[in-house]
Design a binder for this molecule. Structure first.
Ligand SMILES: O=C(O)CCC(=O)C(=O)O
Ligand SMILES: [Fe+2]
Length: 332
């Protein structure tokens, strides 16, 4: 199979045998055999959200699966399938494939914790607010019908993500009894970001990662994945496969939620393994506080998300690593 759709840095480790078609279905592959422990990530139902189970998942895991979230299966399937087809276009065409504000990247997306290792991933970055601001005429500016459709579907999907994030956040905020005024600025769902990823095949799946271990900087992140698998989360130092299941989302708490909850809730460490046989597609939504909203916590100095992310970028540039929340921790 040709790898001309792959960024050149990935081609030398890309097996060229035909790709099994299973990746397009929701049938999960067997779990990755890398010692990941067989304990189960909690599963919650958005239609009857049980507060105590949500609190336990947030405290003990910082990650949970979500069912009955109301996202039409057909919309998810279309976004994942169209992504597969867009990413399989020649590499040279991808940079300029979409018009603003959607941008293409490969290697190291902004939220990664370290820039020392090349992440085996490529993606499109979709800032939802800018996408919505465009006049519908502009949005249809792509001549290519698949791209046009894709933009509209991303916008539609973004609204669903905002709805799910808002509902989860409000429930968490009530459980934590967060200050009602402050809470107003803690979630800006319309300014969320979608990232559409493809993890290329890689023959050295024991050495290379699709995404290095990290915590997300968000309030929450909501992941939708195809049937291939690869996401792994860390629980008390053990690595657990977040194996895909049809119509299930995976929700991660990010650093902002950890700070807002005074460390009661966890920003879960996670990473993505690569697969030698199959490419993997995932779709991730990240939501942050309002730009001017000050996060107030008993454990950390007050900060805005802007200050936090600037510090993260500065640390990555100077040390190669994301230090994250520890930069803001109050002395004991
Ligand atoms: O693709 C995935 O499964 C996870 C991506 C991720 O962790 C991230 O973008 O922060
Ligand atoms: Fe992440």
């Amino acid at each position: 199979m040709s790898t001309n759709s792959y960024p050149p840095v990935f081609r030398h480790l890309s097996p060229t045998e035909p790709q099994p078609s299973a990746s397009a279905s929701a049938t999960p592959s067997p779990p990755l055999s890398n010692g990941a422990a067989a304990i189960e990530i909690p599963r919650l139902d958005l239609q009857k959200l049980e507060r105590e189970r949500l609190a336990v998942a947030c405290r003990e895991w910082g990650v949970f699966r979500l069912i009955n979230h109301g996202i039409p299966s057909a919309l998810s399937a279309q976004l994942l399938n169209d992504a597969r087809s867009l990413f399989s276009r020649p590499f040279d065409s991808k940079e300029g494939m979409f018009k603003e504000p959607i941008t293409y990247f490969f290697g190291t997306p902004a939220l990664s914790q370290t820039v020392q290792n090349l992440n085996w991933v490529e993606g499109f970055d979709v800032p939802l607010k800018e996408l919505q601001k465009q006049q519908s005429g502009d949005r249809g500016a792509e001549k290519d019908p698949i791209l046009q459709r894709y933009r509209y579907s991303l916008e539609e999907y973004g609204k669903h993500m905002g709805r799910v994030a808002r509902e989860l956040f409000e429930t968490m905020a009530e459980i934590l009894a967060l200050d009602p005024d402050r809470r107003q600025t803690y979630l800006s769902e319309s300014e969320g970001v979608l990232r559409v990823y493809r993890y290329p095949r890689c023959s050295e799946s024991d050495k290379v990662l699709g995404m290095d271990v990290h915590t997300d900087s968000s309030v929450v992140s909501i992941l939708n994945q195809d049937g291939v698998g690869g996401l792994q989360v860390f629980k008390d130092g053990r690595c657990v496969d977040a194996a895909p299941a049809a119509d299930e989302l995976v929700v991660n708490l990010g650093d902002m939620m950890q700070a807002m909850s005074n460390d009661e809730y966890k920003s879960a460490e996670h990473r993505v393994a690569v697969n030698p046989k199959e490419e993997r597609i995932s779709l991730c939504y990240f939501v942050f506080p309002e730009e001017k909203g000050v996060v107030v916590s008993s454990k950390y100095q007050p900060f805005t998300y802007k200050e936090f992310s600037e510090k993260v970028q500065e640390d990555i540039k100077t040390t190669g690593f994301k230090v994250g929340l520890e930069r803001f921790r109050k002395p004991e």
